[in-house]
Design a binder for this molecule. Structure first.
Ligand SMILES: Nc1nc2c(c(=O)[nH]1)N[C@H]1C(S)=C(S)[C@@H](COP(=O)(O)OP(=O)(O)OC[C@H]3O[C@@H](n4cnc5c(=O)[nH]c(N)nc54)[C@H](O)[C@@H]3O)O[C@H]1N2
Ligand SMILES: Nc1nc2c(c(=O)[nH]1)N[C@H]1C(S)=C(S)[C@@H](COP(=O)(O)OP(=O)(O)OC[C@H]3O[C@@H](n4cnc5c(=O)[nH]c(N)nc54)[C@H](O)[C@@H]3O)O[C@H]1N2
Ligand code: SF4
Ligand SMILES: [Mo]
Length: 705
């Protein structure tokens, strides 16, 4: 008998509600859930892949162990024991930090991994912990930690009420929005325009989002911080600042005028690639709009001055009175709130061994992972654990990391595919897929443009011999704790409680326990989810700082102006070719390239470049070209377009499925090339240690047959 289940798509941050029909252990269909109050039936083409990768015969369903270069299926017990023994042996020989851990992006969408993962990595007792955060949103965390006292107190654009939405380096029409969970973003952007507001995009590419916008400004990659300084300068120059109540909450605010005094539009314009008039016009539009919000994502964050950019974006929202105001950048009111004083995020509590890059929230920047494996000495990483990630394709200088991985004494991976990274593994522990586990969005409800809550049980019950990520982590953690003589009595109750038990407690202790009587049971009775209303003004209560003030930390952030000045003003505006990234609606980082439905149409792994840049390099549309950086070179097809700035080349990431050992024959047949063979792990955004994946200097040349 077919059954209908309501659930949430976990592939990206939009949290679209889905209607899943099943029959026994077969998924029959996946559609948008029209009754979901947040997404109202919207889904993108990727939702269907939840069924495809559940069905995929190439997905790993049983633990695998490498023996003489061949993968052989083994029992869970044998696999878990082997991992625990090998890891603790390596730790006893080389020290606790000889084990490295990398956690990839899908963990953020995985309830169990989020709630029980921390137990695992504490039990692992290593300082060498890495994640996709440092190729992504690390700047947002640091800015929120410093200013608002908590890494996860990130202001979210209130796009459903704003009159002016300024997007720097984000393409939500492809990505469906990031650090801004907002299903059917296109509709929401059009609604801004329909109510007389404006959408403005600053991007080196005329993206789909830029095409929909009212104004699109091209920007030279990596120069957002300069543009923001120019905008702030103009606002003071024209006396347009109106921080309102925020001046009381941030008493240092008046000093800002001095910090930005040196950045008049005519001085920064040439480096940014805009005219002084455009900068002044943009500043005026932003500051005089009834409500406005500036939002910056990958392009503004994952570049050489990404942390400074995120900081200046926040200051721009503050100085115009648009922080904590409807239509501005607002704090969210999540129903299950895991934030507390302990999880605020410590900056620089320890440093990486070789390059001395600072930790944040207990993690080291992944840009230094390869050197931590390859540099001999005490604390050298000898074994790696990778959970739901593919750093060979997703982190800078992937080729170097690939080489580093091949030198490891031991690697284990928690994943249901063999990818470019875990092909080096000795053991692979495959968890169940998304529709086979409980789901509550612990992270993305905190980052959503509207307060809401939904919980879904598995649409397909896992078999007895199938484990969720959290069960794998918990079993391993217990083994480690037992080995190190730590108490293990609590593990039985953790297994019994399950992640849903933790969520239940959080909901019952949360802010809607009275008003909406929220609990797992309530949410089970509301399978489409519960709407909890628009974002609310929340200051000063939302601050995690002891004095309930916003700490502008000028000395910390503005120290980076020295580096910025030296980078830009030492020479005339640079004209060399630089690499940027791009996303496509039918791609998802390094995976889903094994899905024929998602691969339909022409090759997407191309190097887009402007016709004038193509002409000056003797390149024609469709031609094979070489792209070369300090660290590597790739060959790729050129796609000549006028929708990109001259001297910029745009290449998507996550491709480069060139190794025959990966599990997907479909991906092998559509390999593409990895742009992270060009990005440079030795260059980081120095304020945070975040990787620099946009604005990477490259040379391009035609390949003549
Ligand atoms: N040049 C460039 N590089 C980039 C970016 C860019 O814009 N440009 N973007 C960066 C960003 S923002 C990110 S987040 C990273 C992402 O990079 P990573 O997090 O390193 O990689 P993903 O491709 O997300 O990893 C997907 C892997 O997780 C597995 N997986 C999927 N779901 C699950 C699950 O539920 N459990 C388990 N155990 N495994 C699962 C898949 O099978 C696949 O092998 O890439 C970064 N790299
Ligand atoms: N379909 C799909 N959706 C996804 C993902 C995916 O891989 N595929 N990945 C998910 C993940 S992990 C994340 S983090 C989000 C990311 O979400 P977004 O940040 O919206 O993602 P991108 O599409 O990479 O947009 C980055 C934009 O920055 C521009 N850019 C590059 N350099 C600069 C610069 O120096 N300055 C400025 N102003 N702009 C610049 C690029 O041209 C690009 O348009 O998407 C998520 N959603
Ligand atoms: S937009 Fe994101 S959450 Fe919504 S269906 Fe697509 S992948 Fe899933
Ligand atoms: Mo990401």
């Amino acid at each position: 008998m077919p059954q209908t289940h309501y659930s949430t798509c976990t592939l990206c941050e939009a949290m679209c509600g889905i209607e899943v029909t099943t029959d026994g252990d077969a998924i029959l269909s996946i559609r948008g859930d029209k009754q979901n109050p947040f997404s109202q039936g919207y889904i993108c083409p990727k939702a269907a892949t939840l069924k495809d990768y559940y069905d995929d015969p190439e997905r790993i369903r049983q633990p695998l162990k490498k023996a003489n270069g061949q993968w052989v299926p083994v029992s869970w017990e044998h696999a878990i024991d082997t991992v625990a023994n090998r890891i603790t042996d390596i730790q006893s020989e080389f020290g606790l930090n000889a084990v490295g851990l990398y956690l990839g992006n899908p963990n953020a969408h995985n309830l169990g991994a989020l709630l029980y993962g921390p137990l695992f990595y504490r039990a692992l007792r290593t300082r060498n912990r890495f994640s996709a955060t440092s190729v992504d949103q690390l700047p947002h965390h640091i800015v929120s930690r410093q200013l608002f006292g908590h890494q996860m107190q990130i202001p979210i654009p209130d796009i459903d009420r704003t009159d002016f939405f300024l997007i720097l380096g984000g393409n939500p029409l492809a990505s469906n929005g990031s650090i801004m969970s907002a299903p059917n973003i296109k509709q929401r952007l059009k609604a801004i325009q329909a109510r007389g507001g404006k959408v403005v995009v600053v991007d080196p590419k005329k993206t789909a989002t830029a095409s929909l916008s009212d104004h699109h400004y091209y920007i030279r990659p990596g120069s957002d911080a300069l543009l923001l300084l120019g905008l702030l300068h103009t606002i003071f120059d024209l006396n347009l600042q109106k921080p309102g109540k925020l001046s009381e909450l941030a008493p240092e605010l008046p000093v800002l005028a001095q910090w930005v005094d040196d950045y008049p539009p005519h001085k920064v314009a040439g480096y940014v690639g805009m005219t002084p008039e455009q900068i002044i016009h943009l500043a005026k539009m932003f500051a005089t709009a009834k409500t406005a919000v500036c939002y910056g994502r990958m392009g503004a964050s994952v570049q050489q001055f990404g942390t400074l950019s995120q900081y200046l974006i926040t200051l721009l929202n503050i100085i115009t009175g648009n922080l904590d105001a409807p239509g501005g950048a607002m704090f969210t009111q999540p129903a299950a709130d895991t934030r507390n004083q302990k999880s605020r995020g410590g900056f620089g509590n320890h440093c990486s061994r070789v390059r001395k890059l600072p930790s944040f929230g207990g993690e080291l920047p992944v840009a230094c992972l390869a050197e931590e494996i390859m540099t001999p000495g005490e604390g050298q990483i000898k074994a790696m654990i990778i959970g739901a990630g593919n750093p060979v394709l997703s982190t800078p200088n992937g080729r170097q990391l690939d080489e580093a991985f091949s030198s490891l004494a031991f690697m284990v991976s928690v994943d249901f595919y063999i990818n470019e990274s875990n092909r080096h593994a000795d053991i692979i522990l495959p968890p169940v897929t998304a529709l086979q586990r409980d789901h509550y969005d612990i992270v993305f409800h905190k980052l959503a443009v509207r307060n809401c809550a939904s919980f879904s049980p598995p649409a397909i019950a896992p078999r007895d011999d199938e484990l969720s990520d959290w069960q794998i982590y918990l079993r391993l953690a217990e083994k480690f704790d037992s080995h190190y003589g730590a108490p293990t009595a609590h593990y039985a109750s953790l297994h019994a409680q399950q992640p849903r038990g933790v969520v239940d407690t959080l909901l019952k202790e949360g802010r809607y326990s009275e008003s909406h009587k929220l609990s797992i049971d309530t949410l089970l009775n509301h399978p489409h989810g519960v709407d909890l209303g628009p974002l609310q003004t929340a200051l000063p209560e939302a601050l995690f700082t002891e004095d309930k003030r916003i700490h502008l930390c000028f000395d910390f952030f503005m120290a980076d102006l020295t580096r910025l000045n030296a980078h830009f003003f030492a020479s005339p505006a640079a004209k060399h070719v630089v690499l940027i990234g791009r996303r496509h609606i039918k791609s998802n980082n390094s995976w889903l390239h094994n899905n024929p439905r998602m691969l339909k149409g022409s090759n997407r792994c191309t190097a887009q470049l402007h016709s004038s840049t193509a002409a000056s390099h003797n390149i024609t549309d469709g031609q094979r070209i070489g792209v070369k950086s300090r660290v590597g070179n790739i060959e790729i097809d050129a796609e000549v377009t006028d929708d990109i700035m001259p001297n910029v080349v745009s290449i998507p990431h996550g491709w480069g499925h060139t190794h025959q050992e990966i599990s997907s024959t479909v991906a092998i047949a559509h390999p593409g090339v990895s742009c992270n063979d060009l990005t440079d792990a030795s260059v980081v955004d120095e304020l945070s240690g975040n990787a620099v994946l946009n604005g990477v200097p490259v040379e391009i040349y035609p390949i003549t047959a």
